[in-house]
Design a protein around this ligand. Structure first.
Ligand code: NAD
Length: 423
C-alpha cells in the first residue's frame, strides 16, 4: 500500500472534515442539534495491543476504531497500519466513510480503524499476532450487522483473513466471512474487488465527460500514483478510449505525448519496481505531472497534492480523485473558479466500498456472483451516484465536493430524523 498516508500532513483532517460538515449543513439547512449529532463519531475506541515480538520482547501498540454513524446501516470502513495514524485521522476518515456510503446509497454508515505501527519493519509473525490482538480488542464492537471493517493503507487480504478467523473463533467458532470485506477469493472475497476503485472512477470520468462535452477518444490523461487505485484507473480510462500521456509513482514520472500503453507499463513496473525508465518516454517530476497539459488528471497517491500553490497551474478540465484528500480546500476553490470539474474522492473512489458491499451481500447469502454481475451492478450504482451529485451541484450552484457532502448529510440527517431519538 501507499507510502505516506493522511497523518503525514500538517492540516488536521478532522478539522477539515468539520469545516466540510459546516458548509454542507448550511447548504441543506439542517438545524444545530442535528449538526452536533453529525459532528462527532458515535463511539471511538482506543485499545492497547501487547504483542510478542520475534525477539521475545513485548511491545504495546495503540489501535483505534472510530464509529461515526450507523443511522443508515452498520458502520463500514477500513483499517490502516501506519506510524502516523492518530485519533483525529481515524475520526475524520470515519466521517468521510459515512458520506461516501450515503453518496453511493448503500445501506452502511461510516467507520475507520487504525494501529500506530510501522508494518514495513515487522515480520509476518509479528503482524499476525498484533492483528489478532486488535481483532480481539475490537471484537465486541464489530460484527456482520454492526461494523464491518475492510483494508486500508498497508493492510490487505492477509490481515482481513486473520481478523475474520479470530472473530469467528471468538464468536461461536463458526466461519463468519461477512464480518469483514476485502478478503481473498478463497475465503469469500468478491470477483472484481481489486479493480473496483479504478473501475468506479472510470465510470465517473465517463459520466463527467458527457456533462463537459468531452469525447474520451480525444482526451489525454495524467495519473499520479501507480498502485492499486492508479493502475486500474489508468487501464480502465484507456479502455474507454482515452490516451494516458503521463504516469508517476513515488520514484518519479514518465511522459509520452503519443500515449503510454498501460499493460506494458505495468509489466515494466513489475520487473523494475517503478514506472521510471519506461522505454519511449521522457521522465517528468511528480510536481510536473499535476501541471501536465492534459484533459483529465487523476491523483491516485497521496493527500494534499493540489494546493493553493499549484492549483492555478492545473491545466486539466477534469480532476478525478482516486486518492483520498488529494486537493486542499483552498485549491478546490481555485479549481472551481477556473472551471475545472473536480470529481471528489467521496464520489470518485466509492467503487471500492460499493463492491465491498456486494462482497458482504454474497457472504450473507452464501453465494458467489460472476465478475460481469459485479461490474454491471457497480456501473449502475456509480452512474446513479454521479447523477445525484451532479444534480445537487447544479441545484445549489456549489462545487462537486460541497454538493457530494451536502447530498450525503441530507440523506444521513433524514435517516436520523425518521428513526427518531431514543429514548
Ligand atoms: P498503493 O500503495 O497501492 O499505491 C500508492 C501509489 O502512490 C504507489 O504507486 C506509490 O508509488 C505512489 N506514490 C507514493 N508517493 C508518491 C508521490 N510522492 N508521488 C507520486 N506517487 C506516489 O495505494 P492505493 O490503494 O492505490 O491507494 C492510493 C490512494 O487511493 C490512497 O489515498 C487511498 O486512500 C485511495 N483509495 C484507494 C482505494 C483502493 O481500493 N485501493 C479505495 C479508495 C481510496
Amino acid at each position: 500500500m501507499m507510502s505516506e498516508p493522511m497523518g503525514s500532513n500538517i492540516i488536521n483532517p478532522f478539522e477539515v472534515a468539520l469545516t466540510q460538515l459546516d458548509e454542507a449543513a448550511k447548504i441543506v439547512g439542517i438545524d444545530r442539534g442535528m449538526h452536533d449529532v453529525l459532528a462527532q463519531p458515535k463511539r471511538v475506541l482506543t485499545v492497547s495491543l501487547p504483542t510478542r515480538m520475534d525477539n521475545d520482547e513485548i511491545r504495546v501498540f495503540t489501535g483505534f476504531r472510530s464509529q461515526h454513524s450507523d443511522a443508515r446501516g452498520p458502520f463500514k470502513g477500513g483499517i490502516r497500519y501506519h506510524p502516523q495514524v492518530s485519533i483525529d485521522e481515524v475520526k475524520a476518515l470515519s466521517m468521510w466513510m459515512t458520506w461516501k456510503c450515503a453518496i453511493a446509497d448503500i445501506p452502511y454508515g461510516g467507520g475507520k480503524g487504525g494501529i500506530i505501527c510501522n508494518p514495513k519493519e515487522m515480520s509476518i509473525g509479528e503482524l499476525e499476532r498484533m492483528t489478532r490482538r486488535y481483532a480481539y480488542a475490537i471484537a465486541d464492537i464489530i460484527g456482520p450487522r454492526t461494523d464491518i471493517p475492510a483494508p486500508d493503507v498497508y493492510t490487505g487480504g492477509k490481515e482481513m483473513s486473520w481478523i475474520m478467523d479470530t472473530y469467528s473463533a471468538l464468536k461461536g467458532n463458526f466461519v463468519q466471512p461477512e464480518v469483514i470485506t476485502g478478503k481473498p477469493l478463497a475465503i469469500g472475497g468478491s470477483l472484481g474487488r481489486n479493480e473496483a476503485t479504478g473501475r468506479g472512477l472510470s465510470f465517473t470520468v465517463r459520466e463527467a465527460a458527457k456533462k463537459l462535452g468531452i469525447g474520451l477518444q480525444t482526451a489525454n490523461v495524467a495519473v499520479q500514483g501507480f498502485g492499486n487505485a492508479g493502475q486500474f484507473a489508468a487501464q480502465l480510462v484507456e479502455e474507454q478510449g482515452a490516451k494516458v500521456v503521463a504516469v508517476s509513482d513515488s520514484q518519479g514520472g514518465v511522459y509520452n505525448k503519443n500515449g503510454i500503453h498501460i499493460g506494458s507499463l505495468r509489466k515494466h513496473k513489475e520487473k523494475t519496481g517503478s514506472v521510471v525508465g519506461f522505454p519511449e518516454s521522457r521522465s517528468i517530476s511528480n510536481d510536473e505531472i499535476l501541471e501536465t497539459d492534459c484533459t483529465i488528471l487523476i491523483p491516485a497517491a497521496l493527500e494534499n497534492q493540489i494546493t493553493k500553490k499549484n492549483a492555478n497551474k492545473v491545466k486539466a478540465k477534469m480532476v478525478a480523485e482516486a486518492a483520498n484528500g488529494p486537493t486542499t480546500p483552498e485549491a478546490d476553490e481555485i479549481l472551481y473558479k477556473n472551471e475545472t470539474l473536480v470529481i471528489p474522492d467521496v464520489l470518485a473512489n466509492g467503487g471500492g466500498v460499493t463492491v465491498s458491499y456486494f462482497e458482504w451481500l454474497q457472504n450473507l447469502r452464501r453465494e458467489y456472483w460472476t465478475e460481469d454481475q459485479v461490474n454491471g451492478m457497480l456501473d449502475r450504482n456509480v452512474t446513479k451516484a454521479f447523477a445525484d451529485v451532479y444534480e445537487t451541484h447544479e441545484k445549489y450552484q456549489v462545487n462537486m465536493r460541497k454538493a457530494s457532502i451536502a447530498l450525503a448529510v441530507g440523506r444521513v440527517a433524514e435517516a436520523i430524523k425518521i428513526r427518531g431519538l431514543w429514548p
